[in-house]
Design a binder for this molecule. Sequence first.
Ligand SMILES: [Zn+2]
Ligand SMILES: [Zn+2]
Length: 237
Amino acid sequence: MMEVAFLGVGEAFGASANTALLVNRELLLDCGPHALLQLRKLGADLAKIKLVFISHFHGDHFLGLPALLLAAREDGREEPLTLLGPEGLSRVTQELLYLSYRKSLEELPYEVNFVEAGEKVKLHGYELEFAPTQHSLSALAISVKRRKKLTYVGDGAPTEELAKLASGSDLLVAEAYGGGAATHSSPVLAAQLAKKAKVKLLALVHLYRGLSEEEVEKAREIFDSILVPGDLETVKI
Ligand SMILES: [Zn+2]
Ligand SMILES: [Zn+2]
């Protein structure tokens, strides 16, 4: 069994919290400015989070890191934390910590280990794999496997590599911003991806704030196992 909590399902500038997932209460996938607030609302134990994955360096996906790191310190965290993401994550994290709170990693009472996402890797008992998406800057989708398989796309239109990555997933959580931008997916594109990758369940997230219900209905004609979760909803796969 794998528990996936949708901390937020929103895009950068909407009324829902920024898209982020908490898997089995120990893996955080993306960490926008709302992540800590949503973790608190969910009652998550920050000391139990083992790994944070950052899909790319757009604010709605990584600007919550300083608050998360410092809140974990206030909560008395001592266990090391793994930060996994694009090249440059270590530098970006240190700059953010300094800019936002004049703090450094050395001041944290726990160790932060950085892992660059690229090759398949096994961390904390999970097999993790990555694929690039088509976005306005370099962005990665991730699949998380431990008995069940989850694939998460933070931002970006589907690519061939992504279809392979998502193949056979029990749950595909895919951005479906819509609006016809080449650098974003949409409900229909996400449904086509789910069908091609033969996933069991598709959750649409990161929907444009003004997206019409019709767009989702069109997607349901392509792939019938679609969920449109709300903030703080949880699914078990
Ligand atoms: Zn985004
Ligand atoms: Zn983005």
